[in-house]
Design a protein around this ligand. Sequence first.
Ligand code: HPA
Length: 280
Amino acid sequence: MQNEPFLTLKQIDEVADAVRARTKYQSKIGLILGSGLGGLADSIENPDFVPFSDLPYWPQSTAPGHIGRLVIGTLENQSVMVMQGRIHFYEGYSMSQVTLPIRVMQRLGIETLIVTNAAGGINPDYVPGDLMLITDNLNLVGMMGFNPLIGPNLDELGPRFPDMSQSYDRKLNEIARQAAREAGINLREGVYAGLSGPSFEGPADLRFLRAVGADAVGMSTVPEVIVARHGNTRVLGISGISNKANLDGNTVTTHQEVLEAGEHMVPKIIQILRIVLRKI
Ligand code: HPA
């Protein structure tokens, strides 16, 4: 059953202690790097590295293109804790394990979480290489019974029934819009649909997603954002559109193409993030 194991606050704090012992920084900002976007971590200055394998309870990143370590250092004079590689539900971990990094960040004092991902573009106007500010998401995996907050509520961290009316922080969104404008980068805005993967969507899946208002689709992010909001962490989300969703079934999607497109988008995303970090 993929809902279990549920991690306890004591276990989460053990992990937080293990991270604290490995770094001189006390970051207020967390950054999760999506598929093909791991290169963003190369911009972090004076980094401490903590491989996921050194941390108790922490799942290993098994997805190709996800290195699997924390890179903690500075960017634009802000201390940032970066997950170079993320954990996905399709790797077989429980939702509690998938979102453990967010819990640990919260216990370490992170107040702002920036999530990035590679996503398929469903909105017909989108082309590969576009960036999309995530203004809301469709919690499709949660609707199927895999909400990351299922299980004993960690009352010290947040309420049993948390509000999700503003998952993506309006002030941060405005800062990201300004940053993109200053950088001369076209930043689209839309709704991210979170599926479990690992199979890509078929044409009927994609027509369904389009009909229910999705602009982009991916296999991550939504559980992390729910847990972040449960603990009152502010969230900014940016999708890199790595491929055009194949609504007519005439093109093939591959992970290799997703990784390559991600690498091309790294310079644009880092430009926006640098400006965002200067403004928050
Ligand atoms: N579908 C799901 N996840 C993805 C895609 C896609 O087309 N592209 C990148 N991640």
